[in-house]
Design a protein around this ligand. Structure first.
Ligand SMILES: NC(=O)c1ccc[n+]([C@@H]2O[C@H](COP(=O)([O-])OP(=O)(O)OC[C@H]3O[C@@H](n4cnc5c(N)ncnc54)[C@H](OP(=O)(O)O)[C@@H]3O)[C@@H](O)[C@H]2O)c1
Length: 294
């Protein structure tokens, strides 16, 4: 049933699938349920949600009732921006578990650092407690820059197991990925396919290029009989990064798992790296402080 997706070992020994299924923008209706069924059927075992996506409860519902044993699933959700105070973090975690109907999570992440509030080190202390209490198998951060990680290194005791970042061939954030990898923090990349085909307002619209229309990705794909999307996902995987593509389309969901029967050359990976022009479509982690988000 579907592709057997290989795993990557996190610094604490926990095995995490090398690709996950992102559920933002899928809603919580018919399209969402069909996409989840298709993702499970095609071999996806890792699911990335957040309270802000408004389908945390539905993700829990599908995964509790699916035929895949719980221990084969890898379920991740995130801490809302408004809950960085210590007790609020503990409460937000309990409410996520309750909402999803689960008795443990595989991964819990601080969604954004919100530097203007500056409480993420406090939130991290609470994340460490949740981890030590055995309520979650791995803890991480999302949208953290090197300086935010440095602060966690100074004030915390556990190095985050993952950092989930906006990253793709147009925004390789290579220095940050290198820093994470040197510190054994697994990078998960969001917008792995370049994100939405239409730029999100108020993000930049000038000169908007669709990553999946990029001639180099199409050309390398032709050599291997793969699509530009598969090349973008495999570029991440070959760089020890875990992509979490979203799709509502069964054929594309399947395509997004068919990545483990080819390897690109070093030269091809380097050519893809050279597409980087720092094109960020999501919020700037240094200034983003929307308290509704998370
Ligand atoms: N931590 C964070 O702050 C953060 C922020 C944003 C997102 N995320 C996570 O990252 C996940 C992915 O982000 P995203 O969905 O916005 O962007 P994405 O995965 O880069 O792109 C999704 C778009 O690509 C299309 N697509 C999917 N597979 C395709 C294929 N094989 N060929 C061609 N087109 C394909 C989808 O359309 P169809 O559905 O029509 O296939 C959709 O329009 C989210 O679901 C969420 O879990 C995290």
């Amino acid at each position: 049933m579907g592709v057997k997706i290989p795993t990557a070992r996190l610094s604490n020994g926990v095995e995490m699938p090398q690709i996950g299924f992102g559920v933002a923008a899928l809603g919580n209706g018919k399209e969402f349920y069909a996409a989840m069924d298709s993702a499970l059927e095609n071999g996806f075992r890792m699911f990335d949600t957040a309270p802000f996506y408004e389908n945390e409860a539905e993700v829990g519902d599908v995964l509790r009732h699916c035929s895949v044993p719980r221990e084969e699933l890898f379920i991740a959700t995130k801490l809302p921006n408004a809950c960085h105070a210590y007790e609020d973090t503990l409460r937000a975690f309990d409410s996520a578990l309750k909402n999803m109907g689960l008795d443990y999570l595989d991964l819990f992440m601080i969604h954004f650092p919100v530097p203007s509030v500056g409480k993420y080190p406090e939130a991290w202390k609470a994340m460490e407690k949740l981890y030590r209490d055995g309520k979650v198998r791995a803890i991480g951060v999302s949208n953290f820059q090197e300086k935010h990680l440095q602060k966690i290194f100074e004030t915390g005791e556990i190095v985050p197991h993952v950092n989930e970042l906006e990253c793709n061939p147009y925004l390789t954030v290579r220095p940050l990925c290198n820093f994470c990898q040197e510190n054994k923090i697994r990078v998960i990349n969001w917008f792995p396919l370049g994100g939405p085909r239409e730029p999100l307002v108020p993000y930049p619209t000038d000169d908007f290029k669709v990553l999946l229309d990029e001639p180099l990705l199409i050309q390398i794909g032709e050599k291997y009989g793969k699509s530009s999307a598969q090349i973008a996902l495999k570029w991440a995987i070959q760089n020890q990064i875990t992509p979490i593509p979203k799709s509502a389309n069964p054929k594309r969901i399947r395509q997004n798992t068919e990545l483990f029967d080819f390897e690109m050359t070093k030269e091809e990976l380097e050519a893809i790296d050279a597409l980087d022009h720092g094109r960020r479509l999501g919020p700037d982690p240094d200034t983003f402080d929307d308290m509704e988000m998370g």
